[in-house]
Design a protein around this ligand. Structure first.
Ligand code: CP
Ligand code: NVA
Length: 286
């Protein structure tokens, strides 16, 4: 079964194929008459809307399932929720508190399960990011990216994508917030200025992710020197700015950079829909 739980589960050929499928409209409508279950244990703007519209574009019918409805693992066992949804839907996509719930769902059903954000991974975001790099640079291989901030779900999927597609990525994080083991070819440093040297893209994400609300103060302290501002961007040769969104102006990025002429955030947001379409079309292929 073609699940998509993490970028590391894919190979280069599959990623390139998904990106190619993201660029087309699929007149064959592979989801015609079929459902897509969208389970959300955390809030969402981009992911819910991009997945719903991508499902419609593929001819399918998305069903939004908020956490209070399904009670994943509380009202009903994770496996039983998945098996039930598989009775009605061609794809299950879930945004979960615990990545292991996705693995349990994937093991329980024989329809594709897609990760639409877990605490460890955000593969659909990375696919949109890679498409954005490709659109702006004409290629991904050899692209030079810097990621400044928390080595979180978004950073991990980006790092794995860069590693698989041969892009250079330097990650700058404070001590204790970096990767335990960065993917092959990804360099980890502590100094944001060192990370952005020569970068064509500078990426950041929030200091406090969903589910980390009890760490707000310590994280604000730890990340204080990791804000992407015009001074940091000026150390690059006109790099593009990337952010998965939602953004917190004045925390991980200044309003000037977020809204500046080199910000590609709305292109990234739009690409979430195109890569959602590509990922679902790929998952449905035999
Ligand atoms: N980038 C992203 O996943 O946004 P949402 O949390 O709004 O879906
Ligand atoms: N790292 C963020 C990404 C949100 C899209 C979070 O997990 O909250």
């Amino acid at each position: 079964m073609k699940d998509l739980l993490a970028i590391r589960d894919l190979d280069r050929e599959s990623i390139e194929h998904i990106l190619a499928l993201s660029a087309i409209e699929h007149p064959g409508k592979p989801l015609a008459g079929k459902g897509v279950a969208l389970v959300f244990q955390k809030p969402s703007t981009r992911t819910r809307n991009s997945m719903e519209m991508a499902a419609v574009q593929l001819g399918g019918h998305p069903v939004y399932i908020p956490k209070e409805d399904v009670g994943l693992g509380t009202r009903e066992a994770v496996e039983d929720v998945a098996r039930t949804l598989a009775c009605y839907h061609a794809i299950i996509a879930a945004r979960v508190m615990s990545h292991s719930d996705l693995e349990r769902m994937a093991a329980a059903v024989d329809i594709p399960v897609i990760n639409i954000l877990s605490e460890s991974d955000h593969p659909l975001q990375a696919l949109a990011d890679l498409l954005t790099v490709h659109q702006l640079l004409g290629r991904v291989e050899g692209a030079r990216l810097a990621y400044v901030g928390d080595a979180n779900n978004v950073a991990r999927s980006l790092a794995e994508g860069c590693s698989l597609l041969g892009a250079e990525l330097v990650v700058a994080s404070p001590e204790g917030y970096g990767f335990d083991a960065p993917p092959p070819g990804v360099r980890q440093v502590s100094d944001p200025q060192e990370a952005v040297e020569g970068a064509q893209f500078v990426y950041t994400d929030v200091w406090v992710s969903m589910g980390q609300d009890d760490e707000v103060e310590e994280r604000r302290r730890a990340f204080a020197g990791y804000r992407v501002d015009e001074e940091l961007m000026a150390r690059t040769d006109g790099a593009w700015f990337l952010h998965c969104l939602p953004a917190h102006r004045g925390e991980e990025v200044t309003a000037e950079v977020l809204e500046g002429p080199r910000s590609a955030i709305w292109r990234q947001a739009e690409n979430r829909m195109h890569t959602a379409r590509g990922a679902m079309a790929w998952a449905l292929e035999q």
